[in-house]
Design a protein around this ligand. Sequence first.
Ligand code: MN
Length: 489
Amino acid sequence: MKYKFWFIVGSQLLYGEEVIKTVENRAREMAQMLSQVLPVPLEYKVTAKSNEEICQIIKEANYDDSVAGIVTWCHTFSPSKMWINGLANLQKPYCHLATQYNKEIPNEEIDMDFMNLNQAAHGDREHGFIGARLRLPRKVIAGYWQNEDVQKKLGTWMRTAIGVMVSRSLKVMRFGDNMREVAVTEGDKVEVQAKLGWQVNTWAVGDLVKEMSLVTDKDIDELMEVYKASYDIATDNIEAIRYQAREELAMKRMMDRQGARAFSNTFQDLYGMEQLPGLASQHLMAQGYGYGGEGDWKVAAMTTIMKAMGENGNGASAFMEDYTYHLVENNEYSLGAHMLEVCPSLACNDQRPRIETHHLGIGMNEKDPARLVFEGKAGEAIVASLVDMGGRLRLICQDVMCVKPIMKMPNLPVARVMWQAYPTLTEGLECWILAGGAHHTVLSYDVTAEQMRDWARMMEIEFVHINKETTVSSLEKELFLNDIAWRLK
Ligand code: MN
């Protein structure tokens, strides 16, 4: 889906035609100029002067699937009671851009006509009040519209709004059920669908096996060429790779047929399959599909959404698992990996992922599964985990700093990422555990914690952020107050 945003400018009739014409021309010019630097187009729609015009444009925005949100601004004053009926029905992400057409107060030119035309300083406050009064989930971005940081903020928010749109129409294909006895991967699918829009349904592994039998050698040959172009083949077991290609094509076909963009499976349910999908899942993730291991459909869906929120609509975001620690004092790290399935979008840019085959003891693998092995890149990142608290969803996000893995680990047969966590690995861990964060996360290098906060606000779910400033006592207090607030909601 190619998304766009609508620029809706507030005004009123009492200014007269000339002022309104000037506002329209300027708003159109602003939208055109901004569209050149924003990740998706901002389309000027209307300078709204009445309740009817506002209601009409918001109805149209709700109806048009390609509109991912509205951006409002008041060049002149727009009495906010005329916005109430429209905003009460708004179903799309909403950003209030508090800006001004001109950058400077023109010393010589300024007179009362100028003042009447350039009223954003009070127009935007009147507009802001009604958003607060109606308790609307919204983003407020203030600053001069040609400033790079304002444009960057708006662009980042747009990508977050696209994450909202992706969420609301997301279908998740579960191959089999969750891993037996695991608690955190469970959740209320009805609540999730009502709140986040996800359609989470199950397909039998037998259906997948049947689909795999329909994949031809020619199809596999073609996909093998794609693998060879992107990865180094570091095994003689070509049949194992071809088997993964068969699995990938079958899963992709089943998902595409249903319009699903995320999937989960579990090593406990591979009846009729020779290998747990490793390379297959990794290459699907590289194409923007979300994945969760052990039947973790929540992390699968979050991976899809965060990929869509990243750079170019398929950023460096991946299903991740905290695996093991390095607990040397003042030199503490978490080692993240999974049994097989780590997305190559995390790979260090200076090395090509290798396709290797190794024995996998866990699960029902008859054959050694092929998987991509690589090191994750260094850089600032976040990890995010969505948990079901019973009656509400909580999104937990933590800032981390990924490093080049401090040891080679030549016998580790899986892709690996290493990071330090904020405020420190151990205090961050205490916070994470207190908040109920899962062992599975989405790790992302290009989606920010601010984006996740904005996303959670738009989805109307709880958000907890563990960062440099967080302490155990501050977090405990926050969780306690959140618990009360969400029970009252
Ligand atoms: Mn796992």
